[in-house]
Design a protein around this ligand. Structure first.
Ligand code: IPM
Ligand code: MG
Length: 356
């Protein structure tokens, strides 16, 4: 099994190193090959997603990705910014289905900014469409306005866009996922205002007819943002577009105690995938050895399950993470009084030691 390892920027290299350590501890199962991506790749080659990195990703069975981005690249032209690397990989590899599970481990209930009774036992799955929406819609740009009221001033514009087949395929992914869970799908949109969302909702309702065993509900995104902090356990699977999913998945992350705990999988139609923590590159804490590697380690577990067909190995890794948490080990982001604060490397070592 060939795994492309793309550490990226900020804390990316530190957390990916720990996930690689865990994968190697499972046995000589993988052929791991690294390549630069994001700002790191820009510094080396002048492009955030160099052809060699894209080629490696295309030819691998799965991709383990760290994070990209740093303020020092903010002044670059958009197509050269680190973020284009992850957006480019998602688009080139047709990774349209993003799974972001938000699980609140019992040991971490106290680390959440919400009350224990609200988040205790939380287990929801956000499914975010990744290839469409305002992220990729054309036209977009910054130009001189022709509108009478604003004539001669600069204006920025983007296009929110979804076509029926794009909504159909993500709808099916969500209904299939709900079948393996509590059989509820909540589709989040802004159909009271946006045409794109009206189409999204119509398609959801049509595809739902193929899944009579699944209960489909709809929610406007503003209300969903509110319900996520009010009664998150009422959700099972949430399916939504690229932009709303970006925002809601960060919100859901905080329910679990820390965004440092959230893995994610981005899959194509054949379950080939890119696996990355839901959090970003956190340049403010890069190099300090304090980042939480668990989201990346749990992403590696998702990779074993979804792309590599190794569910037992995935279980082993997830059990080991569970064990280090119950041993009281915590990186700074999930530390609470009475637990033991550890570094990135110590956390990775502890997961390896807990593998049985
Ligand atoms: C995410 C990130 C990315 C996104 C950025 C880095 C382009 O926020 O994966 O959620 O907006 O999708
Ligand atoms: Mg995001």
């Amino acid at each position: 099994m060939k795994i492309a390892v793309l550490p990226g920027d900020g804390i990316g290299p530190e957390i990916v190193a720990e996930a690689v350590k865990v994968l190697q501890a499972l046995g000589p199962l993988f052929d791991l090959e690294s390549a630069p991506v994001g700002g790191a790749a820009y510094d080396l080659t002048g492009h955030p997603l160099p052809p060699a990195t894209l080629e490696l990703a295309k030819n691998a069975d799965a991709i383990l990705f760290g994070a990209v981005g740093d303020w020092k690249y903010d002044a670059l032209a958009r197509e050269l910014r680190p973020e284009q690397a992850i957006l480019g990989l998602r688009k080139h590899l047709k990774l349209f289905a993003n799974f972001r599970p938000a699980i609140c481990y019992p040991e971490l209930t106290a680390a959440s900014s919400l009350k224990a009774e609200i988040v205790g036992g939380l287990d929801i799955l956000i499914i975010r469409e990744l290839n469409g929406d305002i992220y990729f819609g054309q036209p977009r740009g910054i130009r001189t306005s022709e509108l009478p009221l604003f004539k001669g001033t600069r204006e920025g514009f983007d296009t929110m866009h979804y076509s029926e087949p794009e909504v159909e395929r993500i709808a099916r992914v969500a209904f299939e996922a709900a079948r393996k869970r509590n059989k509820k799908v909540c589709s989040v949109d802004k159909a009271n205002v946006l045409e794109t969302s009206q189409l999204w909702r119509d398609v959801m309702i049509r595809i739902a007819k193929e899944y009579p065993d699944i209960e489909l509900s709809h929610m406007y995104v503003d209300n969903a943002a509110m319900q996520l902090v009010k009664a998150p356990k009422a959700f099972d699977v949430v399916v939504t577009g690229n932009l709303f999913g970006d925002i809601l998945s960060d919100e859901a992350a905080m329910l679990t105690g820390s965004i440092g705990m959230l893995p994610s999988a981005s899959l194509d139609k054949n379950n080939k995938g890119l696996y990355e923590p839901s959090h970003g590159s956190a340049p403010d804490i890069a190099g300090k050895g304090i980042a939480n590697p668990l989201a990346t380690i749990l992403s590696a577990a998702m990779m074993l399950r979804y792309s590599l067909g190794m569910p037992e190995q995935a279980d082993r890794v997830e059990r080991a993470v569970q064990k280090v948490l119950s041993q009281g080990l915590r990186t700074a982001d999930i530390y609470t009084e009475g637990t033991q604060k550890v570094t990135t490397v110590q956390m990775g070592d502890a997961v390896v030691a807990a593998l049985i």
